[in-house]
Design a protein around this ligand. Structure first.
Ligand code: ADP
Length: 260
């Protein structure tokens, strides 16, 4: 049963009680479960052929990468490879959503230096970035006890969003600091920004800011939902400060390992 209640007041403003309503939501829950199972199954089924195509494209790329005679072949293979990488990411994200919904997202924690991971993620994203320059500011090294791959996924998501949503500017700043015994990572872009009303909603599943050119900013509205789930599972928090037209600061905080 889903319950809703609102307070009601007398005409002179005095609180009198609550008015409530109850609704049988069994069917909605069943729908939700069927949808999740479908997402999980579909993404799983898509993964197998994509993995095989990817392996073949990479094999062909390794054979023809030094072939100067056939520029067209090389260009085609590189494009196919890029698009397959995009598809793979999308499918992995969908699988993550289904894992989160069914409580199957598991974590493999270890102690590591977050600065090193940030550097690795920045280098990887910087390598494929065409015009953006990612500037990394760090005061000291910070160790955390966390799932390294999952935190890398969060960082990469914030960095690729920062690039994607700042098409007219070319600078991105990344900071790592100690704030009250928590380590805080901030990714700052100078792009299109997000209005105050939409800032909380961007972490919702499948949420995308409306009124933006879908062609310019392709996506599914999954990345930040998965990122926030990962951070919350690590007892951390994630949020955004932003001004429309000026850019965004996406930050997350995680507990520090003592004496790091
Ligand atoms: P996607 O980018 O695939 O739509 P996300 O979950 O990563 O999904 O982001 C949700 C929405 O939040 C995006 O559609 C976009 O409107 C907004 N958003 C995310 N990052 C930024 C950013 N750095 N600047 C402006 N808007 C952003």
């Amino acid at each position: 049963i889903g319950m809703r209640s609102v307070p009601y007041y007398s005409p002179d403003g005095e609180f009198e009680g609550y008015i409530g309503s109850g609704m049988d939501i069994t069917e909605t829950k069943e729908h939700e479960q069927i949808k999740n199972e479908f997402i999980g199954m579909a993404s799983h089924e898509l993964k197998t052929p994509i993995t095989s195509i990817k392996a073949y494209v990479q094999l062909l790329l390794s054979i023809y990468k030094n072939d100067d005679d056939d520029e067209f072949l090389k260009k085609s293979l590189t494009t196919i490879n890029k698009q397959i990488n995009k598809l793979t990411r999308l499918i992995t994200d969908l699988l993550d959503v289904s894992k989160i919904e069914s409580g199957r997202l598991s974590l493999n924690n270890e102690v590591f230096v977050l600065n090193d991971l940030l550097r690795e993620c920045i280098d990887e994203v910087q390598y494929t970035a065409q015009k953006h320059d990612i500037v990394f500011e760090q005061e000291a090294d910070f160790a955390i006890d966390a799932d390294r791959d999952r935190i890398a996924q969060v960082i990469t998501n914030l960095l690729t969003n920062a690039i994607k949503y700042s098409p007219e500017t070319d600078r991105i700043d990344v900071m790592i600091r100690n704030i009250d015994n928590q380590v805080r990572v901030t990714v700052h872009d100078y792009g299109i920004g997000i209005s105050k009303e939409e800032q909380d909603k961007v972490f919702n599943r499948f949420y995308r800011v409306e009124g933006r050119n879908e062609q310019t900013f392709s996506g599914f509205g999954i990345g930040l939902f998965v990122a926030s789930e990962i951070i919350h599972r690590h007892n951390g928090r994630i949020w955004v400060d932003s001004e429309k037209g000026k850019g965004s600061f996406f930050s997350f905080e995680l507990p520090l390992v003592a004496n790091s």
